[in-house]
Design a protein. Structure first.
Lengths: 261, 117
């Protein structure tokens, strides 16, 4: 039931964005208001519910590292990206420089570029100004994006932008509720329960990354990151994730490329 | 009241989070929206940046498990590693199911901890 796999490989992306597959004749007319509210229902979908488990862990983590509840809620609104939120909260708690934190966060967000590219064929044709697209792509993050690819084809082209906005705001609402619950629960729950809550986060990340991996390079990058990170943590604390990403990612790319060519 | 160190305590922490968060993330989405028609997701540059971002997140996972902070630090190393292994096993046993993996790993963690391992 949780097996809805997000397709991340370049070839899958290309297949999904074939222009010929995109335009489906609108079977029925749908008002923008109706499209928006239908989109918000995605907050109760399976991908969103799995996300909330990780978000509970994020809420607890934010409290552990010293964020206020307001700060813990601001990060999902600003970033819309669970891994980036954790990276940023972690850097802030360790007193890293603004530049180092921004660079680390930015690198974890690079993946949004190709994801947004994939989504764009569905967000055109709304008849409004182009900058509306720049606003709704704020809601490009793994869960919202998957729901967009699943649900947008069922809506007429002219209301898809609003529909996607509904998906994004619906899941953001669930995310904020989960963040607050995780944050508050971390203070009142017994230690062992708080530990289990915190544990869901790295486990969710790890499994979600494995789930979305298609190419050999993706798997190699995960393995390289896991192996290099503890060493980098001892060697260059504060820049350990950057070093891990650049070294592990480049290694995975080189090894993967050798296989490809 | 923020207990965050240095620059992170200014403006209640919201300004540095906006700068290092929103302004660091959002350009990638804008670039994706603007370049949507022209970019090739199959190019080597994209494969590389995706690998780098995957390694960053994997590295974060490893650090949280290997060098735990806060409440997670109370769990023994064998418990943490075995729970991750159980989560991966459940994930594959149920056909790459994220939900089964997370639930399975967490149950294993609770069981091992209750047994005092």
């Amino acid at each position: 039931m949780f097996g809805r796999s997000p397709a991340h490989s370049p070839s899958d992306r290309a297949a999904m964005t074939e222009p010929s597959a995109t335009p489906e004749p609108p079977t029925q007319s749908m008002t923008r208001t109706r499209a928006f509210w239908r989109g918000t229902l995605a907050m109760f979908g399976v991908p969103a519910l799995v996300l909330y488990a990780g978000i509970l862990g994020y809420g607890a983590f934010a409290r552990e590292v010293g964020l206020t509840l307001g700060q813990a809620l601001a990060l999902p609104i600003f970033l819309q990206a669970l891994p980036a939120q954790v990276v940023l909260a972690d850097h802030a708690a360790r007193g890293a420089s603004l530049a180092a934190a921004a660079l680390a966060v930015s690198l974890t967000a690079v993946r949004f570029l190709p994801m947004t590219v994939v989504l764009m064929p569905w967000l055109r044709g709304h008849g409004g100004p182009r900058w509306h697209e720049l606003l709704v792509v704020h809601f490009v993050a793994v869960t919202v994006w998957i729901e967009g690819l699943r649900r947008l084809p069922t809506a007429p082209a002219e209301v898809r932008l609003v529909y996607y906005l509904g998906i994004g705001i619906g899941i953001l609402t669930g995310t904020l509720v989960s963040t607050a619950l995780g944050y508050l629960a971390a203070g009142t729950l017994p230690q062992w329960m708080a530990a289990a809550l915190l544990f869901t986060m790295p486990l969710t990340f790890l499994l979600a990354m494995v789930e979305t991996s298609r190419a050999r390079t993706d798997y190699l990058a995960i393995i390289a990151g896991v192996v290099i990170a503890p060493v980098a943590y001892i060697w260059v604390p504060g820049f350990d994730l950057l070093v891990t990403g650049l070294a592990g990612g480049t290694l995975a790319w080189v090894l993967g490329r050798r296989r490809r060519t | 009241m923020s207990s965050l160190p240095g620059v992170w305590g200014t403006w209640g922490g919201y300004l540095p989070f906006f700068v290092a968060g929103f302004l660091a993330c959002e350009p990638w989405r804008w670039a994706g929206a603007l370049l949507g028609r022209d970019l090739d997701p199959n190019s080597e540059v994209f494969i590389w940046v995706r690998a780098v971002s995957s390694a960053i997140v994997a590295g974060l996972v490893a650090r949280l498990v290997v060098v735990p902070t806060g409440a997670m630090a109370m769990l023994s190393a064998p418990t943490r590693y075995a729970a991750v292994a159980a989560g991966i096993a459940a994930f594959y046993a149920f056909g790459k199911s994220l939900g089964a993996g997370v639930v399975g790993g967490t149950l294993a963690l609770l069981a091992l901890h209750a047994l005092g391992i």
